[in-house]
Design a protein around this ligand. Structure first.
Ligand SMILES: Nc1nc2c(ncn2[C@@H]2O[C@H](COP(=O)(O)OP(=O)(O)O)[C@@H](OP(=O)(O)OP(=O)(O)O)[C@H]2O)c(=O)[nH]1
Ligand SMILES: [Mn+2]
Length: 179
């Protein structure tokens, strides 16, 4: 019998909550990190009308290898090669210098698959919505402004992927005077 949400989707949600359980976002309220990955998956489902379950699952797992002790091998064993491939596409190489990672996000954006581009767009949308209302701990106004500028460069290389998400991102860039 098929059930909705699927068993594997629920297990994915539980795994993301488990792995991110000790992490907090950088906002003054120290929101649990898992809220961000749930937001990204929810943006894709509710705002972009995505029903591709592997994409919604990869959104839940998009920071799990980058930011926790989980590995690609774990993700593939638990959730399969399709989900793992998407997580790979959206994972930064943390062994690189931060400036290089940021540059690679810009140049690699256009090379991603369409499904990975969706996750990247939703990720930026959630981070920018956060930045509109909060300045992360330890950030100056200048750093916050630079994040909007950098995010627009990434998003510009993801265009032609999803009209709804791009319109919402453009509204934010317009408000910041970047468009
Ligand atoms: N806006 C915002 N961002 C926060 C917050 N807490 C943590 N972050 C994360 O911080 C990153 C931006 O901070 P940076 O200093 O530029 O990058 P770094 O953490 O990778 O060094 C974002 O990652 P990213 O590389 O842009 O994307 P991703 O790692 O989420 O995929 C975002 O996920 C918060 O409260 N607000
Ligand atoms: Mn993220």
């Amino acid at each position: 019998m098929t059930t909705y949400p699927s068993r594997k989707f629920m297990e994915c949600l539980q795994y993301a909550a488990l792995k991110h359980r000790e992490q907090r976002r950088k906002d003054p309220q120290e929101t649990p990190y898992v809220n961000h990955v749930i937001n990204v998956s929810t943006i894709l489902s509710v705002e972009a009308c995505i029903t591709d379950e592997a994409v919604l699952m990869a959104a839940l797992l998009h920071d799990v290898v980058e930011d926790t002790d989980a590995t690609f091998v774990d993700v593939e064993e638990l959730f399969g090669a399709d989900v793992c491939g998407l997580v790979r596409e959206v994972t930064d190489d943390k062994s690189l210098e931060k400036q290089e990672r940021k540059r690679l996000q810009i140049v690699n954006a256009s090379k991603s698959s369409c499904r990975a581009k969706l996750i990247k767009l939703a990720d930026k949308l959630d981070n920018l919505r956060d930045l509109q209302v909060n300045t992360p701990k330890g950030w100056t106004e200048e750093r916050r402004e630079q994040y909007f500028i950098w995010a627009k460069q990434v998003v510009d290389n993801l265009r032609g992927t999803n009209v709804n998400l791009e319109l919402k991102l453009d509204e934010i860039f317009r408000q910041r005077g970047l468009l």
